[in-house]
Design a protein around this ligand. Structure first.
Ligand code: ADP
Ligand code: ASP
Ligand code: MG
Length: 439
């Protein structure tokens, strides 16, 4: 069985939902289908949680949502009674939202969950109108986080697998889940990719397909660089690095569950369904740079300690501070007198800095970006490092990480240099490589 996930843009207009229906009915079944919220909805819900003290702003936002869903429903169905029924349903969810707003901040996760609940109900009704044998499964019944905030795979397998009987299409919500106490929670922004991969792992799917608004994972960030192109094949390791280091097309954790069970992940475009897209599997071509990604919002911390730095146990004590405040470290470099590292979650920074200051002088640089060059780069690949540094010769590089894995070379720069760095690397790594190959 395959898992198909469609993102917000893919279900963002009535004609797109109809296209998704056509893609699903034209391909082999049974299958599991994971949907995101209609595009813009989760952003609206996030906004709602921010402006809830302002009744005028809240009212305007809810009215705009009501209008949007009414029009959406009018454009989606043929049958008048279905239009009426689903309008009533959507109005009910919007009434619920109005009530949940009064219970903020406690109701935030429940508010954010409404986008996926709406989109899947609308899609299920579309399948019913068309006579497709589709069953809507409630992700809140099987997607759950444990006390550490990690997905509970045993619960997922036990609750989901028995439900996969008697239908052609098993439709469910991405993104939403319960926490270990049973409260509504979510897998963080972009989490529907993660839902699809977790479901793929739980049902040992043949393939997970992520359908989005672009024809695969591109060699560089298409939002910042012109002339990018889709990479046809990536290994799990390469894709995991790219997702973690900022390629927005995939949720940062979405590759790992599929990789664990060797389930290929295919990225496809709903807007250009015949394009081959990107296949992520165990295959990878040696010695090639595949793609560049960028992760913003990074904070660099340097600890200078002439006394203790290379002393036995010093790094352990530094790491323990980050562990205590549950903050992951992305990059790390050491020298004789200092250690530099980066974090992307600043929420515990004040406590972390207070403790680190006991070890020596501490410098903090905010607004940094990690530029990550990914590929299966055997370390002796000729000239690659020279090419990277040549391309970045005008840009101050704060840290470099090379050799941690053979798939990734990362550089930390000030975010103000991001566009320049991505574009210069694009010319230096891809355009030069292409001209080398053709000469
Ligand atoms: P969905 O709503 O379908 O989950 P997303 O907006 O989360 O879609 O992801 C798709 C977007 O990711 C693309 O439209 C593109 O702008 C952005 N993106 C960032 N980096 C890359 C990349 N390397 N390759 C392809 N798309 C990328
Ligand atoms: N709707 C959620 C979001 O916008 C989850 C997703 O689309 O993957 O973040
Ligand atoms: Mg996404």
């Amino acid at each position: 069985m395959k898992v198909y996930k469609f993102g917000g843009t893919s279900v963002g207009l009535p004609e797109r939902m109809l296209k998704v229906k056509n893609i699903l009915t034209a391909t082999e079944s049974p299958k599991v289908v994971v949907l995101s919220a209609v595009s813009g909805t989760t952003n609206d819900l996030v906004k709602l949680c921010k402006v809830y003290n302002d009744s005028l702003a809240t009212g305007e936002l809810l009215n705009a949502m009501r209008k949007k869903y009414r029009a959406f429903i009018r454009g989606l169905y043929q049958q008048e009674d279905r239009k009426d029924k689903m309008t009533e349903f959507a109005e009910g969810r919007l009434d619920l939202l109005e009530e949940l707003v009064t219970k903020l901040p406690d109701s935030e996760a429940e508010i954010l969950a409404q986008g996926e609940i709406l989109s899947t109900q609308l899609f299920q009704a579309l399948m019913e109108e068309d006579g497709v044998n589709s069953k809507l499964l409630d992700a809140l019944d099987f997607m759950k986080l444990d006390a550490q905030g990690e997905p509970d795979m045993q619960h997922l397998e036990e609750q989901l697998n028995p439900q996969l009987e008697g239908a052609e299409i098993y439709l469910t919500q991405g993104f939403i889940c319960r926490d270990h106490q049973g409260n509504i929670s979510n897998l963080e922004r972009g989490g529907s990719d993660y839902s699809a991969s977790l479901i793929g792992a739980a049902i040992k799917a043949d393939e997970v397909q992520i359908w989005t608004d672009i024809d695969g994972l591109h060699n560089n960030d298409p939002r910042h660089v012109r002339g990018t192109y889709p990479v046809s094949e990536l290994s799990f390791d390469e894709a995991a690095e790219l997702a973690y280091f900022g390629a927005k097309i995939l949720h940062p954790s979405s590759i790992l569950p599929a990789q664990k069970f060797n389930i290929p992940v295919r990225l496809k475009s709903t807007l250009n369904e015949n394009a081959p897209g990107t296949l992520i599997s165990t295959q990878s071509i040696d010695g090639t740079v595949k793609a560049i990604a960028v992760k913003d919002g990074i904070t660099a911390i340097k600890i200078k300690s002439t006394r203790m730095l290379l002393a036995h146990g010093f790094l352990r004590r530094v790491f323990e501070v980050f562990e205590k405040y549950e903050t992951a470290i992305d990059m790390i470099t050491t020298s004789e007198v200092a250690v530099s590292l980066t974090i992307d979650d600043q929420s515990r920074l004040p406590e972390i800095l207070t403790e680190l200051k006991e070890f020596g002088f501490v410098d903090v640089d905010e607004n940094q970006s990690i530029i990550c060059v990914v590929g299966n780069m055997v370390s002796e690949q000729k000239g690659l490092v020279r090419r990277i540094f040549n391309a970045l010769s005008d840009i101050p590089i704060r840290m470099v990480s090379y050799g941690g894995s053979r798939f990734n070379i990362s550089m930390l720069i000030d975010t103000s240099y991001k566009f320049e760095a991505l574009n210069n690397l694009n010319s230096g790594l891809f355009e030069e490589v292409e001209s080398d190959l053709s000469s």
